[in-house]
Design a protein. Structure first.
Length: 322
């Protein structure tokens, strides 16, 4: 090992508390191990092994406040050296508790899902159906943080309100901010584009909910094993509220219509229809599939099964024709 030069020792002594060992090793061109053991020799170690520099809660708080001053903001877990992370864990239990003790801002997170949310329920079945149709899952990772976001969008305000009501009843928390998109075209998860005069969307930041709900997106047919038949009508309602409509045919007759480009979601929908004894027809057009319930009595039974139509514009067509 090459002997340390005076200027290298000087830099280490004056900057060991300012920079991490990794940063110091890069700045002076020495290996991390060399920097560590030289600091140990000079009794500059930042950890608990140095008797002249033992950490306590007061020193951890002081280090966090210095990091905040250096960064110009409350530091995230990824922005502080590993020795500070370890010290926070050791003396406070976790990083956020240490930041609170230091008077620093702690990023607010939605609370965890209660244990009851992991059980099947009509609210969960409905939410899964809606998200399979009009929802999406966004996972973002950066140097500062990792985020798990569920995005739900719809052209109908009453459907958004109903979704948020069911989501709160299921999870115990309700997203507060609903954003509005101006007129344009939106590409929905099913793959098709739809024109809207106004659309509503909400972003739900919850890692627990993201992980739990995404399993149904990854494998839609697993819904049939998870939800008993007594709750599958709510799954059907969610799918149809998201991707279904009422179509007026020739001779003024109606059909319950469902369209999707995802074959796995289509399979789930048709299996649900079979489970409830509905006759249907299925057609393909340019890679997108449509499923129609045509029988008049089946249409009445379908509407009763899904506890009525949620969206006003759909309900008006039904009420005027049936």
């Amino acid at each position: 090992m090459n002997n340390w030069k005076d200027n290298e020792v000087y830099f280490l002594k004056n900057n060991y508390n300012k920079f991490s060992y990794i940063e110091i090793s890069k700045k002076i061109g020495r290996s991390l191990q060399s920097v560590y053991w030289k600091a140990f020799e000079l009794k500059l170690n930042k950890g608990r092994w140095n008797t002249d520099n033992r950490l306590n809660k007061e020193k951890v708080i002081e280090m966090l406040q210095k990091e905040a001053k250096r960064l110009g903001k409350s530091p995230s877990l990824r922005e502080v050296p590993i020795y500070i992370k370890s010290a926070c864990q050791r003396h406070f239990g976790n990083f956020n508790k240490a930041k609170k003790a230091a008077g620093l801002k702690v990023r607010s997170y939605m609370k965890k899902l209660p244990k009851s949310s992991y059980n099947f329920s009509k609210e969960l079945a409905y939410i899964v159906g809606l998200i399979l149709g009009d929802g999406s899952f966004r996972h973002q990772k950066s140097k500062e943080r990792t985020s798990y976001v569920i995005v739900y969008a719809t052209k109908d305000k009453e459907l958004m309100d109903f979704f948020l009501h069911k989501f709160k009843k299921w999870s115990g928390f309700k997203p507060e901010k609903i954003s509005i998109m101006k007129e344009g075209y939106k590409r929905f998860p099913a793959g098709h584009y739809s024109h809207y005069n106004k659309a509503y969307y909400v972003q739900i930041c919850s890692k627990d909910a993201w992980i739990f709900l995404k399993q149904f997106r990854d494998n839609p047919e697993s819904c049939l094993n998870f939800f008993p038949i007594a709750f599958q009508n709510w799954l059907l309602k969610g799918l149809w509220d998201a991707e279904g409509c009422i179509r007026v045919q020739r001779k003024n007759s109606l059909r319950i219509h469902f369209s999707n480009c995802n074959k796995r979601i289509l399979t789930l929908y048709t299996k649900l229809l079979k489970n409830f004894g509905f006759d249907y027809s299925i057609h393909e057009n340019k890679g997108c599939f449509t499923v129609d319930v045509l029988n008049q009595s089946d249409m009445r039974r379908f509407i009763k099964l899904i506890s009525g139509i949620t969206i006003n514009r759909k309900a008006e067509i039904i009420n005027s024709k049936i």
